[in-house]
Design a protein around this ligand. Structure first.
Ligand code: IVH
Length: 721
């Protein structure tokens, strides 16, 4: 995703923050820092937005919660120092905007987030801060509740006159998705509230979650059905709740704990504990580990107790939430930015365990990367049985010196794949040898090499050079083609792809779309194969047919062009609008100095590396053949220009010379917003050149081609909407 590695971003941020801490009264100095901070803020925010979408809309995060938190803290550190950066955002939104498929629900009371703390001292600081804010002397009693932080997804349930009328996800905190039909299928959520004292309008909030055992059973079923497994119980709960077909949700074992509220026509209690008791009386499950404490010592004791219980709970929790009990005090404390001052989440460290490293297996990715995976003696980490963990790459194995047979420490941070932290040296068996990374591809036997980049740095990844002859790469490319954010063909999961590939039925993407036709003439029909039946084959063919038309960005992403992930695919789709246009420029971009290469390079967010990868992709004859075959079966739908009515919509614009009233980036973003295409160099296809002082060869070329040239001021006048 992001261009810079997290490490690069961290050191960059340190530099910016460090240079800011030196006292200086010079305005210019601050302005220079601000400019840098703005750029860094924009970059980190974009990265964060992307992760928000993956987490909230796609239920498929690619970074751990801890990494996300560190990203968030970096953004917040910049905003704390430069408040103008925070103001640049329209609203302090939490999470990502809701996915398109559900109706939107505006929350009457926003669903905000919680601040996090990690160290014990921070719990003391939290209590001290609350006291200070309220002007409370140390001897005055202050009640604070402590309860588990459930790792699911929050949901707001609206009851009117006791009847459930609407259920919504958090979404971005202000607007969520209407999941009423799905929520009605959850047994633990009452359709009608119990008791006499139910307020006329009563919004109950809490967490929808799945138990660890149910999550594992569901993943088994997902794999059987050829669907991708969920990364963790939280994602499986989110994926289950956000189904368009509520009969699917009904089959998923979802649970609910009530812990908060939104709009209330009357308050049934004046304390947090009282509210929880009221929720219980209305018919909700509330968490039994909720308790009242009177000091940071008591809070910490309860935190430790819950941590000890954590693995045995049966559902994932990732910390303990502390909340000031008295609701009047909560009101006085209020909110800062996106989190309440009266509450905080004290997170748990990642769960760890030790086990034996049985083997190191090399897996192959679609780009030929050899990835080492640790095969472990099964061990329970926080209630989930772990048998594999990632070892990242060759250097990492060397650095940690992990050897087959070692007892190793592993960590599960509530997310994705567990990691191997390192060996327990005093348990190393005699004769254990350092691991030797293979120099040949285990699938095709071709040499596996580590590339050296232009700066002379050796790539961390060793890659198979077998290219097209390597069956493992070909299978992985097909899996990517069918994956959730690409073609997403129901019933064509990893297992089925492996099966079809091994039988020679599907060797390249186009084969998927001719499968039905070929099956008609085949003696060994799909429906007669083991694991298939008439219905599943019929459904599979229908699912394949449904994808004969596909949004352009998904199509581009599915091709698996190196460095073209979802974001870059979207950028390319937005820029070129049609696949033909991308293909034409991709073909013409093989020469590094070509205009086509410059055009690719000039797309916002696309740099040298991506431009080169696109050019390389179209330079490959095999890829062209694959595309021809695929395009005979599938139509990528052109992507609409964002604005088609502006005077520059559809025009190709080149900015040259110094711009005085806007930065190059701003100019480009504005042009693209108005539906124009921004190119880096002037060609016959250029419609308009915006020239500032110092414009040189591009201006000359524009005159030579008789292209309209305007000044920056004229541009601004023309594009003022
Ligand atoms: S209280 C204004 N209590 O954590 C704060 N949240 O980071 C209202 N969560 O969106 C939230 N368990 O999804 C609260 N016992 C608990 C919780 C809890 C889990 C989640 C919830 C919220 C997120 C905030």
């Amino acid at each position: 995703m992001g261009s810079a590695s997290p490490l690069q971003s961290v050191s960059r941020l340190r530099y910016i923050l460090a240079s800011m801490t030196e006292p200086s009264s010079e305005k210019t100095r601050r302005a220079a820092c601000l400019e840098e901070a703005r750029a860094e803020h924009a970059k980190l925010s974009a990265e964060r937005a992307e992760h928000d979408i993956r987490y909230h809309q796609q239920d498929a995060p690619v970074i751990s919660d801890a990494e996300y938190d560190s990203l968030r803290r970096r953004v917040e550190a910049l905003e704390a120092r430069f408040p103008e950066l925070a103001k640049a955002e329209p609203e302090a939104k939490v999470g990502a905007a809701p996915a398109e498929k559900f109706a939107k629900v505006r929350h009457a009371v926003p669903m905000l987030s919680l601040g996090n703390i990690f160290a014990e001292e921070e719990a003391e600081e939290f209590v001290a801060r609350v006291r200070r804010f309220l002007g409370m002397p140390a001897e005055a009693p202050l009640a604070i509740t402590a309860e588990p932080k459930i790792d699911g997804l929050s949901c707001s349930l609206r009851y009117e006159n006791g009847e459930l009328v609407q259920a919504a996800t958090r979404g971005d905190g202000y607007e969520g998705e209407d999941v009423t039909a799905n929520v009605r299928t959850i047994r633990e959520i009452p359709h009608r509230l119990k008791g006499e004292n139910v307020p006329d309008i009563c919004e109950i909030r809490g967490e929808v979650y799945m138990t660890k055992a149910d999550f594992m059973a569901l993943n088994e079923r997902q794999l059987e059905a050829g669907k991708p497994p969920f990364a963790n119980p939280r994602n499986s709960a989110a994926g289950s709740l956000r189904q368009l077909d509520s009969s699917i949700t009904a089959k998923r074992p979802l649970h609910f704990f009530a812990y908060a509220w939104g709009e209330m026509s009357e308050m049934p209690a004046s304390t947090q504990m009282g509210m929880i008791a009221a929720f219980k009386s209305f018919g909700f499950n509330v968490n039994p580990f909720t308790t009242l404490c009177y000091s940071s010592e008591e809070l910490l004791a309860h935190w430790r107790l819950i941590e000890e219980e954590r693995a045995a709970l049966g559902y994932d929790i990732d910390g303990v939430v502390y909340k000031v009990d008295d609701l009047d005090l909560q009101r006085r404390l209020g909110f800062v930015s996106r989190a309440p001052r009266w509450a905080t989440a004290h997170k748990f460290p990642a769960e760890k365990a030790t086990t034996i490293l049985r083997d190191i297996e090399i897996q192959l990715g679609r780009t030929g990367a050899l990835t080492p995976v640790a095969r472990l003696e099964p061990v329970t980490v926080g209630g989930v049985v772990v048998t594999n963990a990632t070892l990242h790459n060759e250097d990492e194995i060397g650095r940690k010196d992990v050897r087959i047979g070692d007892t190793v420490t592993i960590q599960r941070a509530g997310d994705v794949i567990p990691q191997v932290l390192g060996p327990v040296l005093d348990k190393r068996p005699k004769g254990a040898k350092p691991y030797v990374f293979p120099e040949h591809c285990p699938a095709c036997g071709s040499a596996a090499v580590r590339e050296i980049d232009a700066k002379g740095e050796v790539d961390a990844v060793r890659r198979c050079t077998g290219g097209l002859i390597c069956p493992a790469q070909s299978i992985e490319r097909l899996k990517h083609f069918c994956s959730r954010n690409a073609f997403d063909i129901e019933g064509l999961g990893d297992r089925q792809i492996e099966l079809f590939h091994n039988d020679g039925l599907v060797m390249s993407p186009a084969d998927i779309f001719t499968l039905e036709e070929r099956d008609k003439g085949s003696l060994k029909k799909l429906k007669d194969r083991e694991g298939f039946g008439a219905t599943s084959v019929k459904n599979l063919f229908a699912a394949i047919d449904a994808r004969r038309k596909i949004p352009l960005n998904r199509f581009i992403f599915a091709l698996g062009i190196r460095h073209v992930g979802e974001t870059n695919a979207r950028r390319l789709a937005r820029h070129f609008h049609t696949f033909e246009a991308l293909r034409e420029i991709g073909r013409a971009a093989q020469d590094e100095n070509s205009e086509a290469r410059a055009e690719l390079n000039a797309i916002e967010g696309v740099g040298d590396v991506v431009a080169e990868a696109v050019a390389d992709f179209f330079a490959e004859k095999h890829n062209e053949d694959v595309l021809d075959a695929l395009l005979a079966e599938v139509t990528p739908e052109p992507m609409e220009a964002m604005v088609t009515t502006s005077p520059v919509a559809g025009k190709t614009v080149v900015f040259t010379g110094a711009l005085e009233r806007m930065t190059r980036e701003e100019a480009k973003a504005q042009a693209e917003r108005l539906g124009a295409k921004v190119a880096g160099s002037v060609s016959k296809k250029t419609d308009l050149v915006v020239a500032g002082p110092g414009a040189g060869s591009k201006l000359a070329k524009a005159e030579q081609f008789n292209i309209e040239v305007i000044s920056e001021d004229e541009w601004l006048a023309r594009t003022a909407v």
